[in-house]
Design a protein around this ligand. Structure first.
Ligand code: NDP
Length: 327
């Protein structure tokens, strides 16, 4: 049987953590033949550490055959030791009266420390996914704080936006989600992201021909996908957690195990594709194979799409400038 791999998860006692850990331990992320050791990080706060112990008790009680070990940590230098995968979920939520720049600064501190710890102690091939918001900028900070690790190992989660877009298109066209291919989400994991179905197909048929309604795209589809997180908070009284955890599983599984020719969206450091400045942590269409992703390059960008891409890029550049002095 395979040698266990180490999977670090931060914010492990939070609500996304609760929807995530059981699925990792059951093999849904890395395969039903891949044992895992969970290295769980929570803040040193006594309540958080106690809650984490409770989650670990439940993990024990599942008796997952693939769960080869489990550790609770309060220091990233221990939690990230030799880790092969790191899911950075914990982040500082916006408190009452907190300005955007305070939020960026609080998170910059967390992700600088975590980036440095990954740099020092993680596997040299560690695959990092940042879920905690602002996810793209937090991933950028971690990457910049880990100069000895390859830049390409740092990614941000755009997959929830991608999955939300797939479901909206399936509902609109009366088709099955699993038959839709070639969806793209460009940019920042925020309401400015640009979900782009211009290339999408259902069983090979262009979605654009099935919808052919630019007003629906602009006035219904994009706002629905962009504001979906807020709509869930409004309905559930809590932020989305299971769907966010599911997207994290999808992201890591596809990165580790490959998608073949299927396109997925990942937030990755740009190499300059589509005019996005190098290192900007940006949602791009990718395919994956052998643990590596490749950007689907050379897609035509029309005027409307360019405007949307510019908008989400501008927001990301402002976030990056907002933390530049902290790096
Ligand atoms: P959640 O588990 O609900 O959310 C965790 C993070 O994921 C938040 O930043 C949240 O952003 C983000 N997120 C990204 N995409 C989504 C999405 N689509 N839907 C919902 N959330 C999304 O938060 P909890 O407060 O329940 O748990 C966080 C845990 O992290 C706590 O236990 C806390 O102690 C811990 N923590 C750990 C840190 C560390 O390890 N150093 C640092 C800070 C906190 P948003 O806020 O925008 O919803």
């Amino acid at each position: 049987s395979k040698k266990p791999v180490r999977v670090a998860v931060t914010g492990a006692a939070g609500q996304i953590g609760y929807a995530l850990l059981f699925r990792i331990a059951s093999g849904e992320m890395l395969g039903k033949d891949q044992p895992v050791i969970l290295q769980l990080l929570e803040i040193p706060d006594e309540k958080a550490q106690k809650a984490l112990k409770g989650v670990m008790m439940e993990l024990e009680d599942c008796a997952f055959p693939l769960l080869a070990g489990m550790e609770a940590h309060s220091d990233p230098m221990n939690a990230f030791k030799d880790t092969d995968y790191a899911l950075l979920v914990g982040a500082r939520p916006r408190g009452p009266g907190m300005e955007r720049k305070d939020l960026l600064a609080a998170n910059a501190q967390i992700f600088t420390a975590q980036g440095k710890a990954l740099d020092k102690v993680a596997s040299r091939n560690v695959k990092v996914l940042v879920v905690g918001n602002p996810a793209n900028t937090n991933a950028y900070i971690a990457m910049k704080s880990a100069p000895s690790l390859p830049r390409k190992n740092f990614t941000a989660m755009l997959r929830l936006d991608h999955n939300r877009a797939l479901s909206q298109i399936a509902a609109k066209t009366g088709t099955a989600v699993g038959d839709i291919e070639k969806m793209v989400v460009w940019g920042n994991h925020s309401p400015t992201m640009y979900a782009d179905y211009r290339f999408a197909t259902v069983n090979g048929k262009p979605v654009k021909d099935m919808i052919n309604d630019q007003a629906w795209n602009k006035d219904v589809f994009l706002p629905t996908v962009g504001k979906r997180g807020a709509a869930i908070i409004e309905a559930r009284g809590l932020s989305s957690a299971a769907s966010a955890a599911n997207a994290a599983i999808d992201h890591m599984r596809d990165w580790a195990l490959g998608t073949g020719s299927k396109w997925v969206t990942m937030g990755i450091p740009s190499d300059g594709q589509y005019g996005i400045p190098k290192d900007t942590m940006f949602g791009f269409p990718v395919t994956t194979a052998n643990g590596e992703y490749t950007v689907v390059d050379g897609l035509p960008i029309d005027e409307f799409s360019q405007e949307r891409i510019n908008l989400t890029l501008k927001e990301l550049q402002e976030e990056q400038q907002g933390v530049a002095h902290l790096l």
